[in-house]
Design a protein around this ligand. Structure first.
Ligand code: PA5
Length: 476
């Protein structure tokens, strides 16, 4: 699916710099050694084997998304073309894995003020991703969009998520009142082909439908129609996104841990967890990648945060993912990262070439503390600050590594997404857990169903009714 030649692809390959995970740089108490890498060969080989054997099967069908969607991609591109012609707004209704990927790709690959650009410059609909059931937010959305010029995309794999189905009910009601039978021309459903209510409703209503493959879990679904439709609508080159994922996949198939970026990164995270480093900070130094950190938080947190291992033993593993933004959070969180507990691994994402260059002009010569900035660019400033933070963390003996993105484009973002997905799969295999389930999320969903009186959840309701009542003395 690649458009560009191999040399260009090579020049766009992400680099993982793990120097600052090593004892030579952060000291022997915190850092790892070559011996740590070598002595864990069995663990690494086993993780590789598990991932290899499960590729394209069970809940690992996401590994094949870069390769098996030719017809779907064609359908998405032609659907997006029609949407672009007819509509000014594209609104995603979804939550969790059905929202975080579309948000991340939009922020990374569109103009950072896309929705504010004049229509002529934007050349694509505005995108809104509604991933909450805050009534004020829904009301605010309806204040700013003209429903007549809006295409909605309801996305839920299970076809049952209360938040998304509530949004569906609200929007469908509005559409039907306004357009009657033509309501269906304003809403596309993306869901499981076989399970859940949304597919049944979509068939009843005659909605255009895209499917989320069975073996692709929500948080691994950005590269299927969940993410690809919204991306294509706002003008993202989705073939390049998939080509980038395929490129990274090749690297992640390498058995030698020192040449496989996702594998070595997973090993370090695993070893760090064994040493009680239970927080994983994701800190891109680029506004365009800000929401990649949000997407990563779901991927890492939901996949690795597990109570039991594959043998049924209680393990309570996982790292709490924390999102940060460079340089913004240097003035907020970095104090803690540098001087707080030794409980974190910090992943920095740097961009080598930004898509804009902004020069810092001369001025304020009477103040040398200000004028030293003149003659430089903001590009130099942000990357210098990134290097300075790496240095400051390293001298404070804090584990950190950096992923360098040559430039933010569809090909590199595809690599980035696939890198984190593979890293998660390898880390889960090392932890010997089910990386792809989410019983904790289901617990919350089921409790909501019970409280809302949904049929079939009477037992949960009874359990909740019998739970200890809140003590008023503890509420002040
Ligand atoms: O990763 C997951 O599977 C979940 O977090 C889901 O993405 C989230 O709960 C939304 O589910 P659904 O797409 O079924 O509405």
């Amino acid at each position: 699916m690649a458009k560009k030649n191999l040399d260009w692809q090579k020049s766009m390959q992400l680099k993982l710099d793990y120097n600052n995970m090593m004892a030579d740089y952060v000291g022997i108490e915190q850092g790892f050694t070559d011996q740590d890498i070598n002595s864990n060969k069995k663990l690494v080989d086993k993780a590789c084997k598990i991932v290899k054997e499960n590729r394209g099967k069970g809940m690992m069908c996401w590994t094949e998304l870069p390769y098996n969607q030719k017809e779907i991609v064609a359908d998405i591109i032609s659907t997006a073309k029609n949407i672009k012609k007819k509509f000014d707004n594209f609104v995603v209704l979804g939550i969790g894995g059905s929202a975080l990927g579309p948000i991340a790709a939009f922020q990374a690959l569109c103009h950072l003020r896309h929705n504010e650009l004049p229509k002529k410059v934007r050349k694509a609909p505005k995108l809104y991703v509604e991933d909450n059931v805050d009534p004020e937010r829904m009301a605010a959305l309806l204040d700013v969009i003209d429903v007549e010029k809006t295409m909605f995309n309801v996305i839920t794999k299970s076809g049952a998520t209360s938040e998304t189905m509530a949004q569906y009910l609200i929007i469908m009601d509005i559409l039907k009142k306004k357009f009657g039978e033509k309501a269906k021309d304003h809403i596309i459903a993306t869901t499981s082909e076989f399970k859940g209510n949304l597919i049944k409703l979509a068939k009843e209503e005659g909605l255009k439908t895209f499917y989320i493959p069975d073996g692709v879990g929500g948080r691994f679904s950005e590269l299927c129609p969940v993410g690809l439709l919204a991306a294509a609508v706002v003008g993202i080159d989705i073939k390049e996104l998939l080509a980038g994922a395929a490129y990274m996949d090749k690297l992640c198939k390498i058995k030698d841990v020192r040449k496989n970026p996702a594998l070595i990164s997973a090993l370090f995270q695993y070893l760090a967890m064994q040493r009680g480093k239970n927080i994983s900070v994701m800190m891109p130094y680029a506004d365009s990648l800000k929401y990649i950190a949000d997407w990563y938080c779901q991927l890492w947190g939901e996949s690795l945060g597990k109570a039991v291992d594959n043998n049924g033993n209680e393990v309570f593993v996982g790292q709490t993912p924390v999102k940060a933004l460079g340089v913004t959070d240097q003035h907020s969180q970095v104090q803690l990262y540098r001087e707080g507990p030794f409980d974190k691994v910090i992943t920095i994402i740097g961009v080598e070439n930004f898509r804009s260059t902004v020069e810092i002009p001369n001025g304020c010569e009477q103040f040398p503390d200000v004028s030293f900035l003149s003659g430089h660019t903001m590009n130099e400033l942000i990357n210098t600050e990134r290097e300075a933070t790496e240095y400051a963390l390293t001298t404070a003996k804090r584990l950190n590594h950096t992923i360098l993105v040559p430039e933010v484009n569809a090909f590199t973002v595809g690599q980035l997404l696939f890198f984190f997905e593979m890293e998660t799969a390898f880390a889960g295999a090392m932890l010997n857990i089910d990386t792809f389930n989410q019983p904790g999320v289901e617990g919350g969903k089921n409790a909501t169903y019970a409280l809302f009186g949904r049929k079939g959840y009477e037992k949960t309701k009874e359990e909740m009714d019998n739970a200890p009542k809140k003590n008023g003395d503890y509420i002040i």
